[in-house]
Design a protein around this ligand. Sequence first.
Ligand SMILES: *[C@@H]1O[C@H](CO)[C@@H](O)[C@H](O)[C@H]1NC(C)=O
Ligand SMILES: *[C@@H]1O[C@H](CO)[C@@H](O)[C@H](O)[C@H]1NC(C)=O
Ligand SMILES: *[C@@H]1O[C@H](CO)[C@@H](O)[C@H](O)[C@H]1NC(C)=O
Ligand SMILES: *[C@@H]1O[C@H](CO)[C@@H](O)[C@H](O)[C@H]1NC(C)=O
Ligand SMILES: [Fe+2]
Length: 466
Amino acid sequence: MGYFGCNILVVLVLVLNESHLCNGGVTSSFVRKVDKTIDMPLDSDVFRVPPGYNAPQQVHITQGDHVGKAVIVSWVTMDEPGSSTVVYWSENCQQKNKANGKVTTYKFYNYTSGYIHHCTIENLKFNTKYYYKIGIGRVARTFWFTTPPEVGPDVPYTFGLIGDLGQSFDSNKTLTHYELNPIKGQAVLFVGDISYADKYPNHDNNRWDSWGRFAERSTAYQPWIWTAGNHEIDFAPELGETEPFKPYTHRYHVPYRASGSTSPLWYSIKRASAYIIVLSSYSACGKYTPQYKWLKKELPKVNRIETPWLFVVVHAPLYNSYNNHYMEGETMRVVYEQWFVKYKVDMVFAGHVHAYERTERISNVAYNIVNEECTPIPDQSAPIYITIGDGGNLEGLATNMTEPQPNYSAFREASYGHATIAIQNRYHAVYSWHRNHDGCAVEADRIWVNNRFWYPFDESTTAKSG
Ligand SMILES: *[C@@H]1O[C@H](CO)[C@@H](O)[C@H](O)[C@H]1NC(C)=O
Ligand SMILES: *[C@@H]1O[C@H](CO)[C@@H](O)[C@H](O)[C@H]1NC(C)=O
Ligand SMILES: *[C@@H]1O[C@H](CO)[C@@H](O)[C@H](O)[C@H]1NC(C)=O
Ligand SMILES: *[C@@H]1O[C@H](CO)[C@@H](O)[C@H](O)[C@H]1NC(C)=O
Ligand SMILES: [Fe+2]
């Protein structure tokens, strides 16, 4: 069935769901997938190794500076270091340029990685298609990407939102639906939990390699903005591995220094009309810690005249009404929520819970230990919180919801899928969640988001009508 063929079905499902309305918004008790989530076997088509001696594999790109004029190109060669050079040229100009990168390796228990290359291409033109070539001779491979438009207030731009992807058959459906989505995401905000290699005996790091090959069909052509999840920690003292995030930080580089960060686990970028702040749920966030100090200095730097849209990306949701991972984002909420409200963050994107949820604009910042004011209340300065940990993972869907649905929760459903946020101008963006359903990507939740700085009007879907 094609993408549009499913719309009639969706309307039906939505109508049925409305009848389950309780205190809060929409809860679908419908569990679309009850079978166990299973990983694709290593001999699957998606994990195929490109042919030829030392051919580059696991190609992925991400933004390489603060404004989008640089790209980090990363890949792995298995047989020998080979070359870390990227040859690149713009679509309209045949002149070839070269950038030189670096190669690294790491060991994890009894696994030794291939040669991991990272090369930053700088001084690119905005809004331009570039081709890039990596590898030597017959096994060289060519890919392409398009740089974002210059940072500015009314630049339309569309981000995909994917979380907890893993490498199961469901992961493959999610990625396929993202690629086929006619909304056409131009970059992915990835909310953490990449390969789930740590679920294998000895954290079998070959599953990091297979994931890199699986995702290449998207990650080589558009930047994925990385966030660390708990499955990136790979802390395994029983195997003699005591350096957290070792495989992740060797394989996935991010431009953290460009935003004055001292750690690849938290950083910011500007892209088109959006300012994106990535945080780490698994790093200390309290007062005096490096992450706290960085964020405290970072938020006042955001100029909403230049970048109207302010998004925060983090792994553990600050608001989550599923029993799965209940209150795991609480430490961060207690410390940072007041800042999200003060600086009028538009949306906070998280994963971790293997399901979907969207909240109304709410805050819970009045509580001071003695005043008993501990209820989330409607707050038009607060972000909308999205949980999009439904990429495919390896552990199955989260289906156990708290009942009744809290009144701040606008929509929740335990289905796999992805979302998109399409910025139209400084005032509006269209956000939609697309569930994986019967082999086609279906838009199941959609709202117009009003910018908190330029158009701070209530866009809530359940609070009132008219
Ligand atoms: C690592 O150890 C496991 C079990 O101890 C074994 O099955 C596997 O083959 C070893 N891998 C390598 C690369 O030696
Ligand atoms: C993964 O999805 C792609 C694109 O739809 C398809 O060609 C491929 O056969 C799928 N592989 C597996 C193992 O499901
Ligand atoms: C759902 O979560 C609650 C709270 O953790 C637990 O008591 C209950 O047993 C769970 N239900 C199922 C079906 O797992
Ligand atoms: C939810 O209900 C409580 C208690 O009635 C109320 O104080 C609060 O403002 C409501 N929150 C929302 C988001 O509507
Ligand atoms: Fe997680």
